[in-house]
Design a protein around this ligand. Structure first.
Ligand code: BDP
Length: 609
């Protein structure tokens, strides 16, 4: 599946706008055939979450089904074309009908899907598009869900949140990303996968694997600037290589992207064309270091969320621009898409602006008492869809395939089931991508015997000493932190990325002493964690939790939001933002000095970089 782009042969219609909307509390829609039309006076904006948009209509905490409907005209110019519907994401899954005919579904949230409408529509005529959205989750979905009943059965009624969720972010529902109608020739590229290598110090290698919709004998032409190759398609697939002389490698400092042009030829006629921006670069884990193009990088950044007032998780382009501006301002070089795939627009921006991304699968707090063979299959399918969407982005340097498995510390995780699960899943992930390291964000309750740690390329740690444990005792907190880091490094001999640490902070609260919730406490905690993390030779980075305050399900320990942001939900800086800006600026200068020293050494001893 290729992200919709208008080109000389491809037409795209953006279906964003107001759609007719109806809530289906009793889940009657399918039985009553709402796909044939339903009456409602309610409208909703697409893309966008329903919760805050329609809070006054009772949808703030709504978990369940809801229906969307809109009519479109299929232009006459689409005659004889392949006509498809591309939906960026629907949380947490959707069924789609066209003129009352079922055309397909997506069982995952956060991920795009494409459906073939060609047999169901006529060029020049109106079509009615109906989408049933449901934001319910189950034991076997990705991520896993939880019900009110589970809290009672598990004897932990005080953990209950509203709406119930296994995760600490709001379960926004709705069509969160744009919906597009796409028209191409019946024969068209269905996927283009690009792998890049640095061949010599000056050349770049680009390997291309592409598939087409038909097995018709066509020719594929790929070009980057002056470099062109032409190869016949065989049974709808093609593999090819391009060499870019004197290539400029993609890095944070020089995020140079080349335009790869792909064309499908029937004789002399170009029947499909598509362009994508690619970056030539290599990522490696070697000697406890993270290397980008052979050079050490230390990750400075955040775990984030897609979350905004009113939009909820809906695609919010101004916020992407703002957040990248703030990441640059604060001297960050990376972020993790905690805890689910973000809109691809985030990655396009990261590619262009040289920000490194750890792309995360929406597997959160997995409970191994409720993990079955079906769960593993679903987890694999999610991973496959995510990898295929994000594979070509140079900014994506690693995959996080789960966040905090065994959050509850259940014994079932340690009886062999956890080990078998991660062995299978990491092998699967490595078959799909041999070019990027894999990690899993580790939670303390999973213990140092966490089977996940055995199978990852680098360890990711989420820790809250000084907050959930040892509150307001930073000496004790940093001592425990330091000891634990050394212990994990000794046990596993793998590099460690700190993926979460932080403190809830109410902007405007101050104190001269260590006092939870004040701006000074958050700032001190972050500064002291960074000192410890940076003092260890095996660490590869520090990601503060969180970039900005974000809405959570309701619980007595959250004041509407998780307040661990170094920016507020509306992006005003707290004191910690200035602290990090200064710390990371120093680190930049320290890195530059170190680099200059290393380069001088190499030159003197004639060592190749
Ligand atoms: C971690 C989770 C994250 C939470 C954070 C917190 O990975 O989603 O928001 O703790 O409690 O356990 O702030």
């Amino acid at each position: 599946m290729l992200k919709p782009n208008t080109t000389s042969t491809r037409a795209v219609i953006d279906c964003s706008g107001f759609w007719k909307f109806k809530i289906d509390r009793e889940n009657n829609g399918e039985r009553e055939h709402w796909e044939n039309g339903f009456s409602s006076i309610m409208d909703i904006a697409v893309p966008g979450s329903w919760n805050e948009q329609l809070a006054e209509a009772g949808l703030m905490n709504y978990v369940g089904a809801a229906w969307y409907e809109k009519e479109f005209v299929i232009p006459k110019t689409f005659e004889g074309k392949s006509i498809r519907l591309y939906i960026g994401s629907v949380d947490f899954g959707a069924k789609v009908w066209v003129n009352g005919c079922f055309v397909g579904e997506q069982v995952f949230g956060f991920l795009p899907f494409e459906l073939n409408l060609t047999p169901f529509v006529k060029a020049g005529e109106k079509v009615r598009l109906t989408i049933r959205v449901c934001n319910e989750l189950s034991d076997e979905s990705v991520p896993q869900g939880i019900s009110q009943r589970d809290y009672v059965l598990e004897n932990r009624v005080r953990d209950e949140t509203f709406p119930p969720a296994r995760f600490d972010f709001f379960p926004f529902g709705g069509i969160q990303r744009p919906v597009y109608l796409v028209a191409t020739d019946v024969s068209h590229f269905t996927s283009i996968k690009v792998q890049t290598h640095l061949l010599t110090s000056s050349d770049g290698g680009v390997s291309i694997f592409a598939t087409a919709s038909q097995s018709e004998s066509l020719v594929a032409r790929f070009s980057i600037g002056e470099v062109v190759v032409q190869v016949p398609m065989e049974n709808g697939t093609v593999a090819s290589n391009l060499v870019i002389p004197n290539c400029l490698a993609w890095s944070c400092e020089t995020p140079h992207c080349y335009t790869l042009r792909a064309e499908l030829l029937r004789g002399d006629e170009i029947i499909d064309d598509y362009e994508l921006l690619i970056g030539i670069r290599e990522v490696k884990i070697e000697n406890n270091q993270l290397l980008l193009n052979g050079k050490r990088v230390f990750l400075k950044g955040f775990g984030k969320h897609e979350d905004a007032p009113i939009h909820g998780r809906g695609l919010n382009l101004p916020q992407i621009v703002k957040d990248f501006g703030l990441m640059k301002w604060i001297n960050a070089n990376s972020f993790r898409t905690s805890h689910y795939p973000y809109a691809e627009e985030w990655l396009d921006f990261a590619d262009k602006h040289g920000i490194l991304v750890i792309s995360e699968v929406a597997d959160i707090s997995r409970d191994f008492r409720k993990t079955s063979t079906t769960s593993l299959l679903n987890h694999k399918a999610f991973l496959e869809q995510l990898f295929s969407r994000d594979f070509n982005h140079p900014s994506v340097i690693a995959w996080s395939i789960s966040n905090e498995p065994s959050y509850l510390g259940e014994s079932e995780y340690h009886d062999g089931r956890g080990e078998a699960y991660w062995k299978d899943l990491t092998e699967f992930a490595r078959q799909l991508d041999q070019t990027r390291p894999i990690t899993i964000a580790h939670v303390q309750r999973a213990t140092h015997q966490d089977p996940a740690l055995k199978f990852v390329d680098f360890i990711s740690l989420n820790r809250y000493y000084g907050w959930y444990e040892n509150p307001a005792q930073l000496d004790l907190a940093t001592q425990r932190l330091s000891e634990e880091l050394d212990e994990i490094a000794r046990l596993y001999g793998k590099p460690i990325l700190f993926t979460e640490f932080g403190a809830d902070t109410i902007a405007g609260f101050h104190s001269t002493t260590d006092q939870l919730f004040t701006e000074e406490y958050q700032s001190n905690l972050i500064r002291r964690y960074c000192q410890v993390i940076e003092s260890k030779p095996y660490t590869i980075g520090e990601h503060v939790w969180n970039f900005a305050d974000f809405r959570t399900p309701q619980h007595h320990r959250r004041v509407v939001m998780n307040l661990k942001g170094v920016f507020t939900r509306t992006r005003e800086p707290k004191l910690a933002a200035f602290t990090l800006k200064e710390l990371w600026q120093q680190k930049n200068s320290a890195n530059t000095l170190l680099k200059e020293k290393h380069d001088a050494h190499r030159e003197k001893h004639q060592i190749s970089p």
